[in-house]
Design a protein around this ligand. Structure first.
Ligand code: SF4
Ligand code: SF4
Length: 319
């Protein structure tokens, strides 16, 4: 196969977003056995509402005028932030698009208030702590108002149960996307090693086809498949996961547009271009100036590992 020379967004509308993924802190009400301790240790407090809003306003002023700012809050469990509803309402008034990644554990009344204010929600089912009935109700509330993606974690001791629950949800819902998520060990260290599943379960996971779910609304998306262009000018569309499984995720020496299309804020408040941390920290949310880069960075990693980083433009450098 001829060499890759670039990867670009396959959907033009995705070029019009600047995405900030902000890990608000490591406070969580669950302690999932497969979750790295540092994501739920609870030893870093949430930044307050004033700091969150002032930081996002400051960064929004720096992004190119033709891009919309989309911020996705992750954790920990972001809905435990005591001012979370007020943060979301303020972002709505500033015309900043907003999404969350959540375990969905808050009561139904919370979700009824917040769902209309979200542009996207990614909700994950963690079998050790979540309850199926509550989770199903939260999905109903979210999907009525916002684009909703559901992850069903498939732990090694419950693959069959996870598939059964996912199938039930897909039969009883519209306007959601849903995915079975095998447990990846040590993802935080950028390894992609699967948990130690029994052979039967591994086969079940590999053979599982996600049921098609009826969709009556246009989904809000900021990222999607990437268009891979080869030296011989041939092109092919891949999802981030397919880029990894086809072993195309090698961009050492490429100009990478992390920092021009994305920023990451970690749970301690440090700001990076991408999840790979290439280029090192750009600064901290409590310190000014905090300047968004204006030129791409040359990749120095052997592999590009995570879906977030993979859905960013990359071009082979001229040198
Ligand atoms: S809900 Fe998420 S952050 Fe909390 S312990 Fe589970 S995997 Fe970790
Ligand atoms: S590892 Fe980082 S710098 Fe390298 S291609 Fe991926 S996102 Fe870009």
């Amino acid at each position: 196969m001829s060499k890759i020379i670039s990867i670009n967004h396959s959907q033009k509308s995705h070029e019009k977003f600047f995405i900030i993924s902000w890990n608000l802190g490591n406070i969580c009400n669950y302690k999932c056995s497969y979750c790295p301790e540092l994501l739920h240790a609870g030893d870093v407090s949430f930044p307050n509402k004033v700091l969150i809003i002032s930081t996002l306003k400051y960064l929004k002023n720096q992004i190119p005028k033709d891009r919309k700012l989309y911020v996705e809050f992750t954790g920990g469990e972001v809905t435990l932030h005591p001012e979370f509803k007020a943060v979301i309402s303020a972002l709505n008034t500033l015309d900043i698009k907003v999404g969350i990644i959540t375990n969905g554990s808050k009561p139904e009344s919370f979700w009824k208030d917040i769902a209309p204010k979200l542009n996207h929600a990614c909700i994950s089912y963690h079998h050790e702590f979540a309850r199926e009935a509550h989770f199903s109700k939260v999905i109903n509330i979210l999907s009525e108002h916002t684009t909703t993606h559901v992850n069903i974690m498939a732990p090694k001791e419950g693959v069959e149960g996870a598939i059964k629950f996912l199938t039930n949800l897909s039969l009883n819902n519209e306007n959601i996307t849903i995915e079975l998520q095998p447990i990846i060990l040590h993802e935080i260290e950028t390894s992609r090693e699967l948990d130690t599943y029994k052979d039967d379960d591994l086969r079940r996971l590999r053979d599982f086809k996600t049921p098609k779910i009826n969709s009556t609304k246009d989904p809000f998306t900021t990222r999607g498949d990437m268009l891979v262009t080869h030296e011989d000018k041939s092109t092919k569309q891949y999802s981030a996961a397919q880029i990894i499984t086809n072993k195309l995720n090698v961009f050492k020496g490429f100009n990478c547009f992390i920092g021009l299309e994305t920023l990451i804020i970690d749970y301690r408040g440090y700001v990076f271009r991408g999840k790979c941390n290439v280029g090192g920290p750009l600064g901290h949310i409590t310190k000014r100036p905090l300047t968004i880069p204006t030129t791409p960075i040359v990749c120095n990693r052997n592999h590009c590992h995570c879906n977030f980083d993979l859905t960013v433009t990359k071009e082979m450098s001229e040198n």
